[in-house]
Design a protein around this ligand. Structure first.
Ligand code: PEP
Ligand code: MG
Length: 290
């Protein structure tokens, strides 16, 4: 979701929490960054609207295709492979530290988790955790919160077990995972439609992520567009994904799709999907009744 209105709509449509609050909505289209107090109030208000259900807040994910006027970045030859997502937070930590403090303060009294975007290496998540601990130490009265990373690069999926020792959960960002695995720009006019996240290469990476997480007793959600794809829902459940974070309008469809299958059917379907060669072959396995 991207704000309070969507949180409320989600609750009306049967959401059991929020798997991805894209915090960019607070930062875009303005001349200065939001203050710590403003952010704390907004996160707490959204969390309160969920009436005890969990809220996962993703830290600022800009750069690449999402520039900010008050955080000018040098021009890059390949912005999608440049300083974007958590890399900005590590490169220019002031805005990141403020946001972390705001989330930690809002988490007092609400079930809030923090999710970091675009983590490609173990060094990055270790640095991020160091910053979080430093900010937590500055707050008089703050409890530890669960920390997770987005799995958006093949490197993170392949090393899932090592990453799982560092974090509490994973959330697979299938939009970026697909573009970085297939080397197809997700917004490209010709390639965008070919960058289908149900491609068995992506499903293999999700399976690898689940296996690595399970080996360390951690769980995996999916928060990219694939979680809202009627033909992917049963496959993802069968792969062992524990949480589907879908778009608000898709909530009833996703819940109906989950209820339409037994878990063993999902597992059998997932195994067949993993052995296919193309996205079209995977889609042919799943009738689209929704
Ligand atoms: C993703 O990459 O799948 C994702 C959820 O993040 P965004 O679409 O905001 O890049
Ligand atoms: Mg992404």
């Amino acid at each position: 979701i991207g704000g309070l209105a969507e949180a409320r709509q989600g609750m009306q449509l049967g959401a059991e929490g929020v798997g991805l609050l894209r915090s960019e909505f607070l930062f875009l289209d303005r001349a200065t960054a939001p203050t710590e107090d403003e952010q704390t109030a907004t996160y707490a208000e959204i969390a309160a609207s969920l009436e005890g259900r969990p809220l996962i807040i993703r830290t600022l994910d800009v750069g690449g295709d999402k520039p900010l006027s008050y955080l000018p970045m040098p021009r890059e030859e390949n912005p999608m492979l440049g300083i974007r997502g958590v890399r900005i937070g590590l490169d220019r930590p002031e805005i990141f530290r403020t946001q972390v403090r705001a989330i930690l303060r809002a988490a007092k009294g609400h079930p809030i988790r923090i999710l970091f975007p675009m983590i490609a290496t173990l060094d990055e998540i270790r640095s991020v955790k160091g910053l979080v601990e430093e900010e937590r130490a500055k707050l008089a009265d703050s409890d530890p919160v669960e920390l997770g990373i987005m799995v958006e690069m093949p490197s993170t999926a392949v090393l899932a077990r090592q990453f799982a020792r560092e974090v509490d959960f994973f959330s697979v960002g299938t939009n970026d995972l697909t573009q970085y695995t297939l080397a197809m720009d997700r917004g490209h006019p010709k390639l965008g439609s070919k960058a289908d996240a149900i491609n068995p290469a992506i499903l293999q990476l999700i399976a690898q992520t689940v296996a690595g997480a399970a080996a360390e007793g951690k769980w995996v959600g999916v928060c990219g567009g694939l979680a809202s794809d009627p033909q992917a829902v049963a496959i993802l459940v069968g792969l062992g994904v524990k949480e589907l974070s879908c778009s608000v309008p898709a909530i009833p469809m996703v819940k109906a799709a989950v209820r339409g299958y037994s878990f063993t059917d999902c597992q059998a379907l997932a195994q067949r999907a993993l052995s296919q060669g193309t996205a079209a072959e995977v889609r042919a396995l799943v009738p689209c009744n929704y």
